[in-house]
Ligand binder design. Sequence first.
Ligand code: HEC
Ligand code: HEC
Length: 214
Amino acid sequence: MSGHIFLKTAAMVLLFVLASVVHAAVVHTAGDAAAGKVQVTACVACHGQDGATGLDGSYPNLAGQHEKYLLRQLQAIQSGDRAVLLMAGQLTNKTEQNLADMAAYYASLPAKSSQAVGEDEQVAMAQQIYRGGIARKDVAACTACHNPSGTGNAAAGFPHLAGQPAQYTTVQLKAYRENQRVTDATYGGMMRDIAEGLTDTEIGALADYIQGLR
Ligand code: HEC
Ligand code: HEC
């Protein structure tokens, strides 16, 4: 009954890794990190000078995140496909080139690791889900796309998760589950499919585990 989710996951990963190889040959807006640095003067107020010290746990680390993923999110936030109230107006006057440059800039900064959190028992449960999924609920193993160490996959555009504040990750997993975050549409809704099977307790444990990954 559960073999298919693993086959499905393997097929999806292969598809997007192959697609990204093909995509590399297609003309797209290439980001320039030096030009991006000049564009982020307003961003540092919330995301920190180093791109990884947000005001509190609700602000994601951007430093070391993959360029392709960052650009897709900036486009979605700018168009309103991903609603981020606090960023209203921040991207209004930015061109496609500005977005690409900012994505390149944040991708070029070193990723920061965070303090481990969570009870040992919960973290062990989360590790099991992260590495093995939950077959009976069709939850695919996170490892398949985000790597055992949480570094994601730059070419495929699978985000780096390691060190992301638990509070931020909890909000995102619930938003996918409730169909409020739909930026995974490009990927066939795969994160919504996965989050659908997760309880609040499992989401909390996974978020703690991800914060401590390095
Ligand atoms: C007033 C605070 C604030 C400012 C200023 C701000 N952001 Fe954000 N940003 C946020 C918050 C809060 C989130 C998380 C929203 C959520 O929970 O979905 C976020 C999310 C993001 C994300 C998504 C990260 C991910 O992992 O998916 C990116 C990319 C981003 N911001 C880039 C920027 C850039 C570039 C600027 C400057 C042009 C900027 N932000 C300015 C508050 C801010
Ligand atoms: C088949 C590939 C795949 C699997 C398996 C997968 N993910 Fe994802 N994940 C993605 C993709 C692609 C995105 C970006 C989607 C988007 O743009 O919204 C993503 C986004 C995320 C985000 C949002 C990151 C951010 O910065 O906002 C979190 C958190 C996340 N995944 C956690 C998990 C967890 C936890 C699991 C396992 C229970 C998991 N993922 C399994 C492909 C996958």
